[in-house]
Ligand binder design. Structure first.
Ligand code: CA
Length: 414
């Protein structure tokens, strides 16, 4: 497993109201019991309230997920978010300074049965596999909810553009009860990359950009480039991300789950239709017996028995299924968005434009080191772009982004 987690205040805010945390399973037993768990939270509220809410969410979700003794990790994860909501709400009610504090919370558990998300708010979880990026979570934002209700189809729709993007419809804290979305399990393959992020990142980079960078760059470099690009495009909000690469074959699913996981399962009740039909059949056979219609009664009795056995068998096959996927069942409706993400000329141009804009800004602000760095590195990147070496161009622009941002940070700190 390779993990790169970063958080940054951004360019405009004074405090960072985002938080993140993760717990990696320590050994095979822990992996089978609760897997790896990652969580990102984006707090809101005046002054310290947002910071406290997101910190509480991350700490409490990890705490409750870790300590839960129930055997089913998906339910544990959901409970962990509900417990976190209770506590954040209680703290918000108890102190006027923290009244109505809230936070988004997106948690991802990588389990033997697959990847499962528990989610409230508009932070996001993505999976990148090959040339495809999928958003596994639904944004609980006004824009997404209105799109879901219907009528408004595209992001370019006039009506939609008038809706403020940062209005969220669900969060942990403000209310005593919260509905937690569970998405998954989604299969995991060696080489898959997962990303959890706050809207400070997803608001500044397109889904395809995120996909291409995660697919093309080593995970640490991809994480740093995404964060710096969000900053170089203005960094209006706090930026937080956890990038995870499934590099260990132990976590592959669902192929390996049959040997690795034996969770106690609840038996499903018999489908009531079987009970009704066989009940009617049995009563009828008794009545026919009383009327001395022995042959018909016996036939009826045998049919009723068969119906009951069929009911038991359907119940048995669903609970005995070797696939845990089908035991838990796919929950939620994710993935909600899916894009093919190739390194294309438009994307390269967009990165080039960002670098060009930052070079301008560096000149205006006399950030001399940043200017020297960009000017030294730019020709090779531009050449790769001109020669249509798109992957190489993106790798080079990514390096410029990281180096330029390092220098700019130093200049701003002076
Ligand atoms: Ca935010």
């Amino acid at each position: 497993m390779r993990v790169s987690a970063l958080t940054d205040v951004g360019m405009r805010r004074r405090n960072n109201q985002d938080s993140f945390g993760y717990q990696l399973a320590d050994g095979r037993q822990a992996w089978e019991r609760h897997g790896h768990m990652f969580v990102v939270a984006d707090g809101m509220g005046a002054h310290a309230a947002g910071e406290l809410a997101s910190r509480l969410a991350v700490d409490l979700v990890q705490h409750h997920y870790g300590k839960c003794l129930q055997t089913e990790p998906v339910e544990n994860l959901r409970r962990a978010l509900i417990e976190a909501n209770h506590e954040i709400h209680r703290r918000g009610q108890a102190n006027i300074e923290f009244r109505n504090m809230g936070t988004t919370c997106s948690a991802l558990a990588l389990l033997p049965e697959g990847a499962v998300c528990a989610h409230v708010g508009d932070s996001r979880v993505y999976r990148v596999r090959g040339f495809e990026i999928e958003q596994l979570t639904f944004d609980h934002s006004l824009v997404w909810e209105m799109q879901a209700v219907g009528g408004i189809q595209t992001t370019t729709d006039d009506q939609l553009l008038t809706i403020p993007k940062n209005v969220i419809t669900r969060s942990l804290g403000p209310n005593p009860h919260v509905a937690v979305d569970i998405e998954g399990p989604f299969s995991i393959k060696c080489g898959d990359r997962f990303l959890l992020c706050s809207d400070g990142l997803s608001g500044q980079l397109t889904d395809t950009e995120i996909g291409v960078l995660l697919q093309l760059l080593p995970i640490e470099e991809a994480a740093r480039t995404m964060l710096d690009l969000a900053n170089l495009r203005g960094g209006p909000d706090n930026i937080t991300l956890i990038a995870v690469e499934a590099s260990d074959s132990i976590i592959e699913s669902p192929e390996n789950q049959q040997e690795t996981i034996q969770r106690p399962r609840k038996l499903r009740p018999i489908d009531p239709r079987f009970i009704i039909v066989s009940g009617i059949g049995l009563s009828a056979s008794v009545m026919l017996g009383m009327l001395d219609q022995w042959l018909v009664a016996l036939t009826m009795f045998v049919i009723s028995c068969f119906v009951m056995i069929a009911g038991l068998m359907t119940r048995g096959s669903s609970s005995d299924s070797a696939s845990v996927d089908s035991e838990i069942g796919q929950r939620g409706r994710g993935p909600y968005r899916r894009y093919v993400c190739h390194a294309d000329a438009a994307l390269v141009q967009r990165m080039a434009d960002t670098i060009e804009a930052i070079l301008q800004a560096a000149r205006e602000n006399q950030w001399l080191e940043a200017i020297t760095t960009i000017e030294a590195m730019l020709p090779e990147a531009s050449q790769a772009a001109r020669e249509n070496q798109l992957a190489e161009a993106i790798q080079r622009y990514s390096k410029i982004t990281i180096e330029a941002m390092k220098r700019i940070r130093l200049s701003r700190a002076v």
